[in-house]
Design a protein around this ligand. Structure first.
Ligand code: B4P
Length: 190
């Protein structure tokens, strides 16, 4: 199985690149952001609870997100591998993912980190906010709070995967196709 994590700050292009990777490598896409938004749009209790955190630019509690990922994996026993997009975002999530993958008798193959500076990220997210209707992309202070959460809770995972020799950073600024080729080169070298 090929299991890859697409890692990076909010707006780095994780969703954009995941769409291309999953079609090239025939993987199942797990985007916790998309799953949470689908719950919210369906008006479930989980979705309403999660929305309170998302609207403030905070991370949704670990137990909620971990449960959602586990359910998704169980529902896709035929998968040749997974792209984890926006997950894990905390150390407890990374630990839980390792355990879930062990239960599937597999593990993380590679972690691809998209590296983009904060000014570029703010520009991208505000631009997306004009058309997406995503409230968390429309207010600069919410966006800054998402970066703060990223710095405090998510960035430490880079070291976690570097220590395992699985992390590869890629410059996330430039043409989408050029970035995609750089990501594929790391995967193809496995
Ligand atoms: P996510 O939905 O994961 O969103 P994201 O980090 O904002 O976006 P991504 O990096 O995928 O950017 P994209 O490709 O779309 O999270 C939203 C919220 O959900 C979080 O803040 C949190 O509250 C909650 N959540 C999700 N997962 C969680 C977890 N595991 N634990 C707890 N809470 C969780 O690209 C952004 C924009 O840039 C797009 O408009 C795109 O077109 C543009 N773009 C992409 N590549 C570009 C390029 N090369 N050049 C120029 N523009 C580019």
């Amino acid at each position: 199985m090929l299991n890859l994590i697409i890692f990076g700050p909010p707006g780095a292009g994780k969703g954009t690149q995941s769409e291309k990777l999953l079609s090239k490598y025939q993987l199942q896409h797990i985007s916790t952001g998309d799953l949470l938004r689908a719950e919210r749009n369906a008006g479930t209790e989980l979705g309403n609870q999660a929305n309170e955190f998302i609207a403030k630019g905070e991370l949704v509690p670990d137990a909620v997100v971990i449960g959602m990922v586990k359910n998704f994996m169980i529902a896709h026993p035929e998968a040749k591998g997974f792209i984890f997009d926006g997950f894990p975002r905390t150390t407890p999530q990374a630990d839980a993912l390792d355990v879930m993958l062990q239960e599937f008798q597999t593990s993380i193959s590679i972690v691809l980190g998209l590296e983009v500076n904060e000014d570029e990220l703010v520009k991208r997210l505000l631009l997306r906010g004009q058309s997406s209707g995503r409230a968390d992309d429309q207010d600069e202070s919410t966006i800054r709070n998402r970066f703060q959460e990223y710095q405090n809770k998510t960035l430490p995972l880079q070291g976690y995967y570097q220590a395992q020799g699985k992390y590869h950073g890629v410059m996330g600024i430039g043409e989408v196709e050029v970035i995609f080729s750089a990501l594929c080169a790391h995967i193809d070298a496995l």
